[in-house]
Write a protein that binds this ligand. Structure first.
Ligand code: FAD
Length: 582
């Protein structure tokens, strides 16, 4: 694994636009200690150190090369430093006149941390990560419900530049994924860059200064020459729009805000939602509750989960011969790529996948009526394909009941369904997903000439290659519009985004640019092509899903193989951008 040279940020500060007084030093914010330690052992650390040494040399070379064009500005900075030294009595005031960071990153989930790692490896060290929570981890900090786990194998649902030879299972649980995230923080020394409890409420581009300003909930403004929005596609829990939501007097728990103090033993519990989280929660809850009622609106396609404990010899082999783990990752990658032909487009493989899923249903559910209730009426892939071995068996436990009548409203003691029954409950678990920014932004984002991204996106979000938006210079999005995978690991897509963003950021910093702004017509053409391709996908084949806006616009998914996405992101085509020097 690589690391960075510790002094390479000098080359960044050299070319920075003018600094205003009264700003907080974003790079010296006190970061809270990462909660847990690395999941891996000494062997990995040794290997990492060796790699680091090589990487450091390479990074130092790169950083030195980048310093050259900024030499003049460097001299100015040195002069400024000398002046500051002379003005000793004003030292305290001067301390507060911090410089803007090279990069402001919003969010310390996989994407924000991955961004930080890639920046460090590229020699950019003066960045700050603003995280609204009090710990890192994003999805895996928030989703701690019983049964929470990834549904893409861990060897693929991890960063290729930070392999973990010690995954305990093929599909790891949320705790282990969170440990891996903490390991990333430790291994790449990210803690000092993170500022916790910093909820970004506004992001505005200051054209004159060529700076992004992130306003925090408490009023503080953090400035950066570039900004990365890594606030996560699924980080804001959403409750359904059901009448009487506030009237229910029992316990309400959202899957992404689990209450570990609540004792479910013997309770009458409802689970609303049978998507990816719901089907993981049900098999666990059914073990402890008195009665479990599962409220299903639409049954999903469920396929078997090839989950097994990692044999010790695998771990040893991965540690001893890292190429063996790479080979496994490659095999998993290509297996998932093949699945694209079943889930993204309507092909003969789609029929095969549907038959496999129906056979799974037949094998696991004996009762004809129940099977009918659980048979989807839309094409596989249109919604996220569910992966489970224990969901169907759990539904057939004596204390479980599948309810398919639509929910009419919540009442003080339970849920009323449209058949007139009131289901008496102690607790309702909402496995109802997240507010996904398909036609808005999670906080106001303001670009050139007073443009507001939520207004521009109200009909459906659009970007260039999912990462830049015309009129919002020097801004990079992770999991921006049309970057979602339906068949492969989100982290594969994320890596491509991170590397693309690094290229753009280096172009801005090294070229001393005030603005790197994607051209409007380039963005438009890109989206016309995307939407044409999306029209032919299973996602747009008529089912209702969180991938689409209310009026059916697909602003979330990438209509292609992961390899096509990687290819799209591999080239940074400068001619697609307007470059404005500082
Ligand atoms: C239960 C669950 C299981 C999943 N399983 C898989 C899987 O198996 N495979 C797969 O490919 N994908 C999976 N995903 C998708 C998953 O979201 C992504 O894989 C990935 O974790 C997203 O990382 P992220 O960093 O983009 O977002 P997040 O992990 O959501 O991190 C975003 C961070 O930004 C912070 N933040 C948000 N808003 C602000 C703000 N205004 N100011 C400051 N900080 C802010 C949040 O607190 C959070 O820490 C799953 C998602 C969920 C919910």
């Amino acid at each position: 694994m690589n690391d960075e040279t510790s002094n390479s940020n000098d080359s960044r500060t050299a070319g920075q636009p003018e600094v205003k007084a009264g700003e907080t030093d974003v790079t010296s914010g006190t970061a809270k200690k990462a909660a847990t330690k690395a999941p891996r052992k000494k062997a990995a650390a040794k290997k990492a150190t060796a790699k680091k040494a090589t990487a450091k040399k390479a990074t130092a070379k790169k950083a030195a090369a980048r310093k050259a064009p900024a030499k003049k500005a460097s001299t100015q900075t040195a002069a400024k430093k000398a002046t500051a030294k002379k003005a000793a009595p004003k030292k305290a005031a001067a301390k507060r006149q911090a410089k803007p960071a090279s990069v402001v990153i919003v969010g310390a989930g996989f994407a924000g941390l991955g961004m930080a790692i890639r920046l460090k490896q590229a020699g950019v060290n003066d960045f700050v990560i603003l995280e609204r929570g009090d710990r890192v981890g994003g999805t895996w900090r928030d989703n701690t419900y019983p049964g929470a786990a990834c549904d893409i194998p861990s060897n693929l649902y991890s960063y290729s530049f930070a392999p973990n030879p010690e995954w305990s299972r093929s599909f790891s649980g949320s705790n282990e994924i969170l440990d891996y995230i903490h390991y990333l923080v430790d291994e790449f020394d990210l803690e000092k860059h993170i500022r916790f409890n910093c909820n970004v409420t506004d992001l505005s581009f200051q054209e004159k200064a060529g700076l992004w300003e992130a306003t925090l909930e408490k009023g503080e403004v953090v400035r950066g020459r570039t900004a990365v929005m890594a606030q996560g596609p699924l980080s804001n829990a959403s409750f359904p729009n059901i009448e009487g939501l506030e009237e229910f007097e029992g316990k309400k728990i959202h899957s992404a805000r689990w209450d570990h103090d609540y004792d479910f033993t013997g309770k009458r519990v409802a689970v609303i939602g049978t998507g990816a989280s719901g089907i993981q929660i049900v098999p666990e809850l059914v073990k402890t509750v008195g009665k479990l009622k599962v409220f299903q609106r639409t049954p999903g396609w469920v396929v078997p989960r090839p989950d097994f404990k990692t044999p010790d010899w695998h771990k040893k082999l991965f540690k001893k011969i890292p190429a063996s783990q790479k080979a496994v990752r490659q095999a998993l990658f290509w297996t998932h790529e093949t699945m694209a032909m079943a889930v993204i487009w309507n092909s003969p493989l789609t029929r095969v996948a549907e038959r496999l899923s129906l056979a799974h249903l037949h094998n696991q559910v004996e009762d004809d009526w129940m099977r009918r209730q659980l048979t989807p009426d839309f094409r596989i892939g249109c919604k996220r394909v569910l992966v489970s071995n224990d969901y169907y068996p759990a539904l057939q436990k004596e204390n479980a009941e599948l309810i398919t009548w639509p929910i009419a409203r919540l009442a003080p003691n339970g849920i009323r369904t449209s058949d007139g029954v009131e289901h008496q409950l102690d607790c309702i678990v909402f496995a109802t997903g997240f507010d996904v920014s398909k036609s808005g932004t999670p906080f106001p984002v303001k670009g050139l000439d007073g443009r507001r991204l939520d207004e521009e996106w109200h009909g459906g979000a659009q970007a260039y290659k999912s990462i830049n938006v015309a009129g919002y210079p020097n801004l990079f999005l992770t999991f921006g519009p049309n970057s979602g995978p339906g068949h492969n690991s989100a982290l594969v897509y994320m890596e491509s985004q991170l590397d693309y963003a690094v290229k753009g950021i280096l172009r801005i910093l090294d070229g001393n640019l005030k603005m790197l702004n994607v051209k409007e017509d380039v963005q438009q053409r890109h989206n016309q092509r995307l939407q044409k391709r999306l029209a032919k996908t299973n996602w747009n084949s008529g089912c209702k899903s969180w991938y689409l806006t209310e009026d059916g616009f697909n602003a979330t998914m990438f209509p292609g193989f992961a390899t096509q996405y990687q290819r799209q992101m591999a080239q940074f085509e400068e001619q697609d951008y307007q470059l404005v020097p500082a």
